[in-house]
Design a protein around this ligand. Structure first.
Ligand code: FE2
Ligand code: FE2
Length: 325
């Protein structure tokens, strides 16, 4: 008796349109799971309004100055990066609505996700202005500059790459918010960012589960998409004014860096999906999996070199601070 080989749909047959149709049922299941898991929360309850007062200008209040907030300098930088990233929501909405469509379960998810993300920008801005944590004029000018540039995803040409990207990016955003809160020096800031991070985690779970289904129905193409995204990953805020400088400080300060990216973002998603253990791939998927494995080894080594540089720099800073004291 001969055993017939497993018939797999040819890689080329999986167009974006076919994948969107094939994943519709998974989207519906994941959407329902998400709606059950997501608890309603009120952004206004997390903002210490009693710390707020009128600003100078139209209302003739008190001008902003640096000493008005106890938020740490590192958290101030990170809060602005996180907020400007959230602010570009209209561009993200455009990207996913164009990619996933506005019909059926996909459309319901796109709109629901957009509404949840909108809450993040509102809450962080309210917190920053009520507590006078950042210069409101600089913040508004940065928002105008950043949003005027718009945002174009690196993955807009591929549905699978878009799904793979957001699975990692939502987790990256979760970690960035969470660590910003930990470094903020203000427990109310920490509390707010923990709440937002919880939303980002639920978003990650949605996209990760979708990616799992994609790896099952189109393994070669999905593996290629995962490898492409991991090899070329950039945070969505990369286009904002002063991003490189802010990102360097955020890295040294331990909010988001190569080590965190490798250990807390890439590896948990890849391990959960057992990406490196998938067998029976065709040549395209196999090549992508090999490339991914080699890249992760290299990234881990790079992260170790970063750890060493970070430790040396922090030791020098501590010694300089001790000498000044
Ligand atoms: Fe968000
Ligand atoms: Fe999110």
């Amino acid at each position: 008796m001969t055993i017939a080989p497993v018939q797999r749909t040819a890689t080329t047959a999986w167009t974006d349109a076919r994948l969107i149709l094939a994943l519709e049922e998974v989207v519906e299941t994941e959407l329902n799971r998400h709606l059950k898991a997501a608890k309603e929360w009120m952004p206004h309850e997390y903002v210490p309004w009693s710390r707020g007062r009128d600003f100078d200008g139209v209302l003739g209040g008190e001008a902003w100055s640096l000493d008005q907030s106890k938020v740490t300098p590192l958290a101030r930088i990170s809060l602005v990066v996180n907020l400007l990233t959230e602010d570009n929501l209209p561009s993200y909405h455009h990207e996913i609505a164009s990619m996933f469509g506005r019909e059926g379960a996909w459309g319901t998810w796109v709109h629901r996700w957009t509404a949840e993300e909108g809450r993040h920008g509102i809450a962080i801005r309210d917190y920053l202005l009520a507590t006078r944590a950042v210069d409101p004029v600089e913040l508004e000018r940065a928002r105008m500059a950043h949003m005027s540039e718009g945002f174009e995803s690196d993955n807009a040409h591929s549905m699978l790459q878009s799904v793979a990207y957001v699975a990692f990016q939502e987790l990256a955003t979760r970690i960035a918010h969470r660590n910003t809160g930990h470094h903020s020096g203000d427990e109310l800031c920490d509390q707010l960012l923990a709440k937002i991070a919880n939303d980002e985690n639920l978003h990650m779970v949605f996209y990760r589960n979708l990616l799992k289904a994609a790896l099952e129905i189109a393994p070669d193409q999905a593996m290629r998409a995962v490898a492409d995204v991991v090899l070329n990953f950039r945070m969505p805020g990369h286009g904002m004014p002063g991003f490189e400088r802010s990102a360097a400080q955020i890295a040294i300060g331990g909010i988001y860096n190569l080590r965190i990216h490798h250990d807390d973002v890439l590896q948990p998603v890849l391990r959960h999906l057992k990406v490196m253990e998938i067998t029976g791939l065709g040549p395209v998927g196999q090549h992508a999996q090999d490339e991914l494995g080699a890249f992760l080894d290299g990234l881990n080594a790079q992260a170790t070199r970063f750890d060493e540089r970070q430790a040396a720099l922090l030791a020098r800073r501590a010694a300089a601070a001790a000498a000044r004291a």
